[in-house]
Design a protein around this ligand. Structure first.
Ligand SMILES: NC(=[NH2+])NCCC[C@H](N)C(=O)O
Ligand SMILES: [Mn+2]
Length: 273
């Protein structure tokens, strides 16, 4: 392995190895894998358990403690179900809804009735809007301001998810739109949307192109370029208003020679530079 470059800004790091929300449990191994690539140690680890709502409540308490300690935080998942705990905890500690940049191949905005898979990792955005499965939706309700929520890199979804987000006024910028419009125009729009209060970043590793990042449970062709993404996110971890970042869906067992973990580490380091 190449030399581990320490993270400059030293975020409050929390490991969240919950992986019962998707197919298989590969993402449970992601925190330990990223530990090797990022160096340093976590301030906290939420011990895994099967029940998603119970896990997310414990994660939320940890994240709230990180925010109270002055942040910014870095949560290392786990599958994307963890977003319910991360953003409920951060918004709870701040006492107000957050802006959120959600980078993902998917919309993750199903409820149990609309989901084709029944998988919880396809539902956290609905939960953050107070609409998903009951205990998770109750925990996350009000954590995010729909008008300050932007989904970026999307290229796979089912119609009911799209309808839900449209109804709530959530902005979705597809991976194709990034290529057509260019990163400069897209990030200007993202920043305009996030303005007006504290905000966070949720990175689903499957937003990246599978040629660069094969180590995920639900890969979709036509994704974002990791190097460009690292460049446009460089230094945002030190900006006023930034509360923290989570990483979800890295599946080390499907990686090829550690290339996905390296891409993730590069992005995390860029954010906290
Ligand atoms: N966080 C994720 N990887 N989500 C994938 C969701 C895929 C699909 N839309 C489903 O609900 O099953
Ligand atoms: Mn996701």
């Amino acid at each position: 392995m190449e030399a581990v470059v320490p993270i400059a800004l030293r975020p409050y790091r929390i490991e969240a190895p919950f992986a019962h929300g998707g197919r298989g449990t590969g993402p449970a191994a992601a925190p330990a894998c990223l530990r090797r690539h990022l160096g340093g140690t976590a301030r906290g680890r939420v011990a895994p358990e099967r029940d998603a709502a119970r896990f997310c409540r414990r994660l939320a308490r940890r994240v709230a403690a990180a925010v109270a300690a002055g942040g910014p935080f870095l949560v290392l998942g786990g599958d994307h179900t963890i977003a319910v705990g991360t953003w409920a905890g951060a918004a709870g500690a701040l006492g107000r809804p957050l802006g959120l940049l959600w980078i993902d191949a998917h919309l993750d905005a199903h409820d149990q009735a609309s989901s084709p898979s029944g998988a919880l990792h396809g539902m956290p955005v609905a939960c953050l809007l107070g609409e998903g499965p009951r205990p998770l939706a109750a925990l996350a309700r009000g954590a995010v301001d729909p008008r300050r929520l932007v989904l970026l890199g999307v290229r796979s979804y089912e119609p009911p998810e799209w309808a839900r987000l449209a109804r709530r006024g959530v902005r979705v910028i597809g991976a194709g739109a990034v290529r057509r419009r260019g990163w400069g125009a897209v990030m200007a729009e993202v920043r305009a949307r996030l303005r007006g209060g504290p905000w966070g970043l949720s990175l689903d590793v499957d937003a990246l192109d599978p040629r660069q990042a094969p180590g995920v449970t639900t890969p979709v062709p036509g994704g974002l370029d990791a190097v460009r993404l690292a460049r446009v996110l460089h230094g945002i971890g030190g900006e006023a208003g930034f509360v923290g970042m989570e990483v979800a869906e890295l599946d080390p067992g499907r990686d090829r020679g550690g290339m996905t973990a390296r891409a993730v580490a590069r992005i995390v380091r860029a954010v906290f530079s």
